[in-house]
Design a protein. Structure first.
Length: 533
């Protein structure tokens, strides 16, 4: 039995390494990351254009000089403005304390607007929402037999919609079949999931919904297309699953769904992780895994996103990494030189950047990021591998040293700018609210019963698919309701609309028998739905 389990694990790891979607810790022992890098002969011709695109100098010495000037100027600016910063104090040990800002008073016109919208947003059945959004986007076209042949089932679109609903709401085939009045059997639902729907197909279906969502005006009042936040939420797994592990932080066993949520509320990408892995190493995978029209260049995260190597890699990939900061006593600020002193913030700094290390390995750093950009390897694969090598690997040390520069600059800005802290807090809160939203949608149960890691990954993406369909439908309903209110003379203020979200659930019916009225064609959807604010 033990031998069979070992073979299953090895087979899965080999599959993940082959596809480039490695999602479990420990698999890196089966591959050497250097075999996935572009040779420097191919990278050399790309360096000048790539550095110009990101605003970096294209030579080692100039790149280091640029970094040093950036750190020096930022620290000097923060030090000069510190006397006017009434929300931050620094003790003798160099540990900063940030005072809580006064609570914001909501607009007096927000509550009347919400109450007026509630009377105009129609009651909807959850399955009907999934059907309507599929009619608008045709996301089910990405599903079908693995052989590529035509599906040999009656009305495949309806079958795929019901299957996505079944697994996205965590009902399971047997439970769903009981609510379909015998129209579809448990085996038919199981067959559609296992033989017609893949992780790749689910990603493509999600992309269609995201692209349609991005064309509306309302989401751009809620957030910025270039900003996203990442966070993991734990879920229960079958105790017999090889992927189930005990999570120290959450205090229970299961797995982790790691989500990338746009600042405009919609889910861009999600990944299954086993408990115990460092979630932050997966934050940059969105560069390859998210192929939608919404492409963020600023990523927020919880405290697991503040590793120095992650900061360094993110900077070279053109990503502004801005995590939420909590444990200040464990963080180190780095001076540009040992002779640089500051009048007000000097206790913060306790070490000096090794600029020579960055300059020496500049070519290696560029080779890695250009390989990532070319799709040769995932950032998470390299970060895990380099972290395992730790102090023995000079490339890891170079990424860490670069990350110390970038992280020190970010920490200084974090202390100096209240609006930056507010932005990070708001973005990371959206991920937490999204997790609550998907838990409400997964009303079939908290535990994912599948034991196969691939099926667990599909379950997470199924739930994102259901969540994104509801987000799209709610956005459409809110857009129409706002236009009706404006036409009736109700004042629509931009700040009130910006305080809304597409995570409304009070008008959605989840329970009862499910009857998909396929003959009822949903209404035609306008292209952009501008909002009168």
């Amino acid at each position: 039995m033990r031998r069979q389990l070992e073979v299953c694990v090895f087979t899965y790891l080999a599959h993940e390494l082959k596809t480039g979607d490695l999602c479990v810790a420990g698999a890196e022992q089966y591959a050497d990351y250097r075999t996935h890098l572009l040779p420097w002969s191919e990278c050399a011709s790309q360096v000048a254009a790539y550095c110009q695109e990101l605003g970096f100098p294209a030579t080692p010495g100039a790149f280091v000089a640029h970094l040093k000037a950036w750190l020096t100027q930022t620290a000097a600016d923060v030090d000069a403005a510190f006397p006017d910063n009434k929300q931050v104090e620094i003790n003798d040990k160099g540990v900063p304390t940030i005072k809580r800002p006064p609570p914001r008073i909501p607009s007096p016109t927000l509550r009347p607007l919400i109450e007026a919208l509630q009377t105009r947003v129609p009651q909807r059945n959850l399955l009907d929402i999934v059907h309507t959004v599929e009619h608008w986007t045709h996301w089910s076209r990405h599903f079908g037999p693995l052989s590529g042949a035509d599906p040999k089932i009656d009305n495949p679109r309806a079958r795929y919609i019901v299957t996505a609903f079944t697994y996205g709401c965590n009902l399971g085939p047997a439970q769903m079949a009981r609510h379909l009045r015998g129209r579809v059997s448990p085996h038919q639902l199981w067959h559609a999931n296992h033989r017609h729907i893949t992780v790749t197909g689910l990603d493509a279906a999600l992309r269609d919904i995201i692209n349609r969502y991005s064309r509306f005006a309302l989401p751009r009042l809620w957030g910025k297309a270039k900003v996203a936040a990442a966070d993991g939420t734990q879920f229960a797994l079958n105790e017999a699953s090889l992927a189930s592990e005990y999570h120290i932080r959450h205090g229970s066993s299961g797995g982790v769904a790691y989500h990338h949520i746009s600042d405009m509320y919609i889910a861009l990408f999600s990944h299954f992780l086993v408990c115990g892995v460092w979630e932050g190493v997966y934050i940059l995978d969105i560069l390859k895994q998210n192929t939608s029209e919404i492409q963020p260049d600023t990523l927020h995260a919880d405290t697991q996103g503040q590793s120095a190597p992650i900061f360094g890699m993110a900077h070279l990939l053109g990503i502004d990494l801005m995590p939420r900061i909590r444990n200040w006593k464990d963080l180190i600020f780095y001076r540009p030189s040992k002779d640089t002193l500051y009048q007000h913030i000097d206790p913060l700094f306790s070490d000096v950047i090794d600029w020579a290390l960055i300059e020496t390995h500049w070519q290696d750093l560029l080779q890695v990021v250009l390989s990532i950009k070319a799709g040769k390897v995932l950032p998470s694969t390299l970060l895990r591998k380099l972290t395992n090598y730790s102090r023995k690997n000079r490339l890891y040390q170079a990424f860490r040293e670069l990350g110390r520069v970038v992280r020190t600059v970010f920490l200084l800005k974090y202390l100096a700018r209240l609006e930056l802290r507010d932005q990070i807090h708001a973005a990371t809160n959206k991920v937490e609210v999204y997790n609550e939203f998907t838990q409400w949608l997964g009303f079939g149960g908290e535990e994912i019963p599948d034991k196969d890691p691939v099926e667990i990954e599909k379950r997470i993406k199924y739930r994102d698919l259901i969540a994104n369909t509801v987000i799209l439908q709610n956005t459409v309903d809110l857009s129409y309701a706002l236009r009706e209110l404006a036409a009736a003379g109700h004042p629509i203020k931009r700040e009130d609309v910006a305080a809304l979200s597409p995570y409304w659930t009070q008008h959605i019916k989840r329970f009862g028998d499910y009857v998909l009225e396929w003959d009822e064609v949903p209404p035609v959807l306008e292209e952009e739905l501008p909002i009168p604010v």
